[in-house]
Ligand binder design. Structure first.
Ligand SMILES: C[S@@+](CC[C@H](N)C(=O)[O-])C[C@H]1O[C@@H](n2cnc3c(N)ncnc32)[C@H](O)[C@@H]1O
Length: 425
């Protein structure tokens, strides 16, 4: 597919980003704006041998390439389809991978190195490569990492890698990198995006990126996706500058700027608990059934005493506490930190952002596990009400985002938990 074949988007000039993608017609939340197959992908090192190197599907019965014993495939079909990318690499792979030159690279450069070799191998290929070469280069020139296959014009390609390379995820967990030239050519960044990418994994096929509208989009409106997690409230501007060469001026970044310096989160536990309660009440997250799930723009009426929560370190801290205690207990701590984290997500993420739905699902699972050993009927009913409320939030958001990644994605998990809840009565 090329820029001329697009149905729902067209390219227009942009005052600072060269071009932008705008909708050609009104789009409803949940619509697929663009479907774009990967031109090349590479698995993270910890996923090698777990997923097929061609279609990236998880499998317990993969077959190793007999040439390098490094790439694994579902079957002969996947191996044949991957061969045009892999053939030059295959013969040289083992000596290259064990070389000091390769071993000395940081992990992301090792990935780039393989991706660059894959990407440039089927050089005869079509308009994808031409589109990639028409992409904007990153702000600074870096020499390409050594590649195990000679790559014509690697310099010119590599200059476009950093700011046009996508992270592929399942259940919102990243597991590979990929090149999707058409999506790169089209979508600019916003920290309050109206669209987001999801990945469709089908055995035997290259991964497809689907860009989904997160809310209704008007005709002529710019369609933006997030390049970075919008929860990186303090560090994101620096990353935009270094990696992409721009300064973000979206409503969230402007809002943060107008709030000014963010005070520290108090150390005193009683004061902190009181402020967290204040945040949760402000968002309405303790009464999720009646909470209006409209996310709150950061500047608008955020009481000054709870601005301290706009520190990305604190979000990271809460997330760590939640993930540890939701696995190992105590569940009270997990539910408390998880509910505050949900309030934070509703504060910083845009409407229907998939991370909100994913976290609500994790919270629902935690409340379910917490309810199991409860003998006290009132406590148990309270926990079950929390499971239902979180499931409903999760279904609403992830239902709109649609199926993603492995095994039906999080939607399949929602259905399973809902069945358990229904059996409970
Ligand atoms: C993936 S490309 C986006 C497509 C690009 N607009 C084009 O004309 O081909 C990424 C580059 O677009 C520009 N860009 C993306 N989002 C931007 C934004 N919000 N503000 C300014 N420039 C942006 C930056 O130069 C960035 O390195």
């Amino acid at each position: 597919m090329s820029l001329d074949d697009l149905k729902y988007v067209k390219v227009k000039t942009h005052p600072t980003a060269r071009n932008q993608a705008v909708s050609t017609q009104p789009l409803l939340a949940g619509s697929i704006v663009l479907s774009n197959q990967a031109f090349a992908t590479v698995l993270f090192e910890n996923q090698k041998g777990r997923r097929c190197d061609h279609c990236l599907v998880l499998s317990e019965t993969l077959r190793k390439c007999s040439g390098c014993a490094s790439c694994c495939y579902c079957d002969a079909n996947c191996q044949t389809r991957h061969w045009p990318s892999h053939k030059k690499l295959c013969k040289r792979w083992n000596s290259f991978a064990s070389s000091n030159e390769f071993q000395a690279l940081p992990p992301h450069e090792r990935l780039d190195c393989v991706l660059l070799s894959y990407f440039a191998s089927p050089l005869s290929a079509n308009d994808q490569l031409a589109i990639f070469k028409s992409l904007l280069p990153g702000p600074t020139h870096h020499s390409p990492p050594p590649t195990c296959t000679p790559v014509d014009g690697a310099d010119g390609l590599y200059d476009r890698f950093g700011n046009n390379n996508f992270t592929i995820h399942s259940h919102l967990n990243s597991f590979a990198h990929g090149i999707f030239p058409l999506a790169s050519r089209l979508f600019n960044h916003s920290c309050t995006p109206n669209a987001a990418a999801r990945y469709k994994l089908v055995r035997g096929q290259a991964v497809t990126m689907e860009v989904v509208a997160l809310r209704d989009i008007a005709e002529g409106e710019e369609i933006c996706i997030p390049y970075l997690d919008p929860a990186l409230l303090q560090t994101r501007q620096q990353i935009f500058q270094l990696t992409y060469g721009f300064q973000c001026t979206c409503i969230s970044c402007e809002g943060l700027k107008s709030v000014g310096p963010i005070p520290d989160v108090p150390q005193d536990p009683a004061r902190l608990a009181a402020l967290e309660y204040r945040l949760r009440t402000f968002i309405g997250v303790d009464d999720l059934e009646h909470c209006v799930l409209r996310t709150k723009p950061i500047t608008q009426s955020l009481p000054s005493e709870i601005r301290c929560f706009l520190k990305e370190d604190y979000i990271e801290h809460l997330s760590g506490v939640f993930s540890q205690s939701s696995h190992d207990g105590p569940y009270d701590r997990a539910l408390d930190s998880g509910t505050t984290l949900l309030a934070m997500y509703l504060l910083i993420y845009p409407e229907n952002y998939p991370q909100i739905g994913m976290h609500a699902l994790e919270l629902a699972k935690t409340a379910w596990n917490a309810s199991m050993p409860m003998n006290d009927i009132v406590r148990r009913q309270h926990a079950m009400a929390q499971v239902r409320a979180c499931l409903s939030v999760s279904r609403r958001i992830l239902g709109l985002y649609g199926p993603e990644g492995d095994g039906g994605g999080p939607l399949a998990e929602i259905t399973t938990l809902q069945q358990l809840v229904d059996q409970e009565g």
